[in-house]
Ligand binder design. Structure first.
Ligand code: NAD
Ligand code: UFG
Length: 336
């Protein structure tokens, strides 16, 4: 079986390619390297001892996609490619709508033309907006606070319409919670350009001395220690959820959404302290103002994925911090 992976050189995509190759799938990556480098794919091959095929191609390039589909005849697609910086999306909404939504529509058109109608889509917990916690898949979604989040909501709805019009599609919408951690080899991990927006890469850059201190965004939320609560999930657990979802879509038709989280909430300070345990030294941080748009707390009810995909998260926050630190210390200047 051949799986076409858009955005396969990115953070979650690269870890998923490792799991796919280890499980015996042929892997074809399509990435324009906007937020990644081709060397990541060499490392995926190094970890697995297996080869993959890759194309430097933008998902908005219909002709390019048609050729790739014709050459490789994939059985299914895992669609990671997209822009993901929440703050940037508020400043550059059209870039986000064009890349994420137009790109996805072009990809779905190419899939339909090639009669490849099986897809796993990278969605996000952000689609739940202000719903009560824990989030469940049957809640009404779409009350989102950023253009980025809206792209996820719209793409989910577009796939819903595609499936409603043609029931031979098989669609799995995976709503990720907060992926952190890295492959335990330390060869691949999260390697953002510039100053990180997300908590974990920021913490690890402070710990290694590249950034001076972490600002904890808000210490006055109504949570156990005043800082925000999130459902952190090890990226390898998340990658494995894609394997389960692929197996399911290959065997069935339909459209389902699944929460991919641990089902547990940790505060920002829980993560800071777990990281300090791993490095053995205190982390320089200050409590600052709240960040606009942040919700006080959210975490998953992951029962549906546990039951229907046979998937459960295995790793705890200590392992997430250990693997992040291992990747950071082995790649102090990122992957070149
Ligand atoms: P990433 O930026 O590391 O990976 C995305 C990859 O897609 C990159 O390699 C990038 O070069 C590629 N890409 C972007 N636009 C492209 C285009 N037009 N054509 C071809 N390739 C393109 O991000 P990630 O953290 O691995 O996230 C993967 C997916 O999961 C994204 O869709 C993201 O929105 C979603 N997601 C991520 C998180 C998270 O916290 N990391 C949470 C929820 C959902
Ligand atoms: N935080 C800080 N300081 C920082 C960075 C983050 O205190 O320098 C806090 C945030 O306020 C938040 C928590 O750490 O309370 C996590 O923040 P992230 O930016 O790492 O993650 P978010 O929960 O804001 O959002 C992430 C992704 C979104 C995705 C969402 C749910 O960035 O794309 O998880 O999956 F939609």
């Amino acid at each position: 079986m051949t799986i076409l992976v858009t955005g396969g050189a990115g953070y979650i995509g690269s870890h998923t390619c490792v799991e796919l190759l280890n499980a015996g799938y042929e892997v074809v990556v399509v990435d324009n390297y906007y937020n990644s480098v081709p060397a990541v794919l060499d490392r995926v091959e190094q970890i697995t001892g297996k080869k993959l095929k890759s194309y430097d191609c933008d998902i908005r390039d219909r002709e390019g996609l048609d050729k790739i589909f014709a050459e490789n005849k994939p059985d299914a697609v895992i669609h990671f490619a997209g822009l993901k910086a929440v703050g940037e999306s508020a400043k550059l909404p059209l870039l986000y709508y064009e890349n994420n939504i137009s790109g996805s529509v072009t990809l779905f058109e190419a899939m339909e033309a090639a009669n490849c109608k099986k897809i796993v889509f990278s969605s996000s917990a952000t689609v739940y907006g202000n719903n009560p916690i824990p989030y469940k898949e049957d809640m009404i979604t779409g009350d989102v606070s950023s253009p980025y989040g809206r792209t996820k909501h719209f793409i989910e709805k577009i796939l819903g319409d595609v499936y409603a019009a043609d029931n031979s599609w098989s669609v799995s919408l995976l709503r990720y919670f907060n992926p952190i951690g890295a492959h335990e080899s330390g060869l691949i991990g999260e390697d953002p350009n510039g100053i990180p927006n997300n908590l974990m890469p920021y913490i690890s850059r402070v710990a290694i001395g590249k950034l001076e201190k972490l600002t904890v965004f808000g210490g006055d939320y109504e949570t156990k220690d005043g800082t925000c609560i999130r459902d952190y999930i090890h990226v390898v657990d998340l990658a494995k959820a894609h394997l389960c979802a692929v197996k399911k879509i290959l065997d069935t038709t339909g459209l389902e959404a699944y929460n991919i989280g641990n089902g547990k909430g940790y505060s920002v300070l829980d993560i800071v302290h777990a990281f300090e345990k791993v490095t053995g030294k205190p982390l320089n941080y200050v409590i600052g103002a709240r960040r606009e748009g942040d919700l006080p707390a959210f975490y998953a009810d992951a029962t549906k994925a546990n039951k229907e995909l046979g998937w459960t998260a295995k790793y705890d926050i200590d392992k997430m911090c250990e693997d992040t630190w291992n990747f950071q210390t082995k790649n102090p200047d990122g992957i070149k």
